[in-house]
Every structure is written in C-alpha cells, then in structure tokens.
Design a protein around this ligand. Sequence first.
Ligand SMILES: Cc1cc2nc3c(=O)[nH]c(=O)nc-3n(C[C@H](O)[C@H](O)[C@H](O)COP(=O)(O)O)c2cc1C
Length: 214
Amino acid sequence: MILENFKRESIVPMPVTFISTISENGVRNIAPYSCFMPVLRPFDLVCVASAKRRDTLVNLKSTGEFVINMPGTDMADKVIPTALHVPPDIDEFELAGLKEKPSKKIKAPGIEGCYAWMECKLDHIIEEVYNGFPYVLILGKVVYLEVEDSVYDKESGSWDVEKARPLMMTGSDEGMRFCTVNSIGKFEPYGAMFKNGKDPLERMYKKEEGQECK
Ligand SMILES: Cc1cc2nc3c(=O)[nH]c(=O)nc-3n(C[C@H](O)[C@H](O)[C@H](O)COP(=O)(O)O)c2cc1C
C-alpha cells in the first residue's frame, strides 16, 4: 500500500502530551501536543512543533515557561476539552475539569493526574514557513523533571510503561486513534552500540550510592 507523503502520522505512534502555560495576565491554558520529542541523549532539551495560532505559543513566548505533562490513557477524555479553540481569556483547567499541580521551578502549573511532568524554560524558537504555512519549532530546556513514584523503579532507573499506560495517538483518514504501548520484554544496554561495549555517557546515568538528583 503506497500512501500519500503527508500521511506520515498514519503510520507513526505519537505521544499525547498536555502543554500547560499561563498568560501574562495569569490565565491558565492547556493544549494537547503530539509533535514532541526529547532532543538527543543526554541533553536536557525538548522540541515541540507548533502552528503559529496557538495561545500556548503566545504564552510561552511572553512568559518563557511551559510544562510538558505526560498523561496516561485514563486522561483520554481530557484531550478534546483541552484542544477546543476557545478565546485566550478562558481558564482551560476549569474548562476541562483539571486540577493544577503547582510547579517547583516555574510559575506555569502542571496538571494533577498525569504520570510525569517536565517544567521547561524556553530556550529558543525557530520560525519557519513551509509551502506558505507558518510554523515554529520550540526548543525548551527542562529545568525540573518529576515522575510518579508508582510507575518508576529507582534501582534500575526505568519506568513501567504497563503501569503508566502513556496516552498515544496515531492518525488515520477518519481522525485520531488513541492507544498505548506494551513492553515486549527485550532489553539492550546503550553500550551494545559501541565496539568496546561501554556507553560513553554511563557516568551521567549511574548515580553514586545515596546520591539524589538535584
Ligand atoms: C492529540 C492532539 C495532538 C495535537 N498536537 C499538536 C501539535 O503537536 N502541534 C500543534 O500546533 N497543535 C497540535 N494540536 C492542536 C492543538 O492542541 C489545538 O489547536 C489547541 O486548541 C491549541 O490550544 P491553544 O490555542 O490554547 O494553545 C493537537 C491536538 C490534539 C487533539
């Protein structure tokens, strides 16, 4: 089956993130964003692709802050209420019936009930136009990262995807189909990519006994 080139999202599972921001006037905003990725290991950068007409973009440009909230499948019914195109003076926490989780390092609040939160400060924005359509790539620096204890194993430093059931989305001709991921039980150390079997970034990931994250 050969597909039209623009239907890339019909064959790619994408995470559903909720980006929460506040406006200059203090109005709380939430929007789902799936065009999201961490930028390389071991950077603390994330990248989000955004259309230009987004309150999220206005807010993060003016305040320089945003939270990437990671919802589980139990929050699937919050996607449309937060994706509605409503005026910027509407509090979208109230609209969607969501409670805030106060942030530690920035003013923009996170969302209670998600399984992880990335508090971000705006690094820079790359403004682009493609085929006459303006869009931006938002580069954010994670300044505080938190995950629900119940889905994270401190010893191995890995999360339990079957417990967290991250909300994922994939496109189709009819619309968005929501899904989650399963572990297939296969594991490889990063070092397996290298001839000497050693991960050059190992020191960054291995904590000394008793050492906690800053
Ligand atoms: C599952 C899902 C994923 C989305 N991903 C993106 C995205 O990556 N980039 C984008 O610009 N809009 C995306 N949208 C659309 C925005 O969420 C939507 O336009 C929203 O109303 C923007 O809200 P705001 O104006 O309050 O920022 C997505 C919508 C849904 C439902």
